[in-house]
Write a protein that binds this ligand. Structure first.
Ligand code: MN
Length: 209
């Protein structure tokens, strides 16, 4: 996700642009990845450049403005990177049900996978304006939580490990579903990559279980 030179870079998708259809069309995925996500990467790097330039010239940047730009755009970059990776084509193992440790953790917290799915769906459908629906691991409570993220404000929840992220901004579905977000959410379940989400949980637990 970085270029090794102190700059962020756009990650390549692990599947073809058309491979998530019909959940997400090729046209929508191209626009979202190459357009929206790339813009967050470019704007984060531009904020870094402005701050470095000011530092080199011994000037003070508009710190509040640049720090907000950095937080917003890096948050967007990180969340989109998680989102692309926690999806996979339905034709190659996407969707279905989780297994492994993730299945146990979800059953323990929610009672059943179906109940988790129902709550996450409601979480996603109830995002107002721009935001994300996420399943996170709270290390302090040692339990999973359902959390909405306003815009891209990842910095609001230090310590939470994002296990599963679903983009609920209008740009994530409008081209395919118009104003019917519930159809997008329902379709998202067909392309969830449970394996990746289970690995994230294992990393969050740090081998404690
Ligand atoms: Mn997005």
């Amino acid at each position: 996700m970085t270029n090794g030179k102190g700059r962020y870079s756009l990650p390549a998708l692990h599947y073809g642009y058309g491979d998530l259809a019909p959940s997400i069309s090729e046209q929508l995925l191209r626009l979202h990845h190459d357009g929206h996500h790339k813009k967050y990467v470019d704007q984060a790097n531009a904020a870094l450049e402005r701050m470095e330039k000011a530092r080199a010239g011994d000037a003070m940047p508009n710190m509040r403005c640049e720090a907000q730009a950095l937080a917003f755009n890096v948050g967007g970059h990180m969340l989109h990177s998680l989102y692309w990776d926690n999806m996979r084509p339905a034709s190659s193992g996407g969707g279905g049900r989780p297994g492994g440790m993730l299945a146990d953790v979800l059953n323990k917290e929610f009672g059943s996978f179906e109940r988790f799915q129902k709550e996450f769906t409601e979480l996603a459908n109830s995002v107002e304006s721009s935001g994300w629906a996420t399943l996170v691991w709270c290390g302090q409570l040692e339990r999973p939580l359902l959390v909405q993220i306003k815009d891209h404000d990842l910095y609001a929840i230090p310590g939470f490990k994002v296990l599963m992220a679903m983009d609920a901004w209008e740009h994530a579905y409008y081209l395919d579903y118009k104003n019917e977000k519930a159809k997008y959410t329902a379709s998202f379940w067909n392309v969830v990559n449970w394996e990746v989400i289970d690995h994230r949980l294992e990393r969050a637990l740090g081998g404690k279980r």
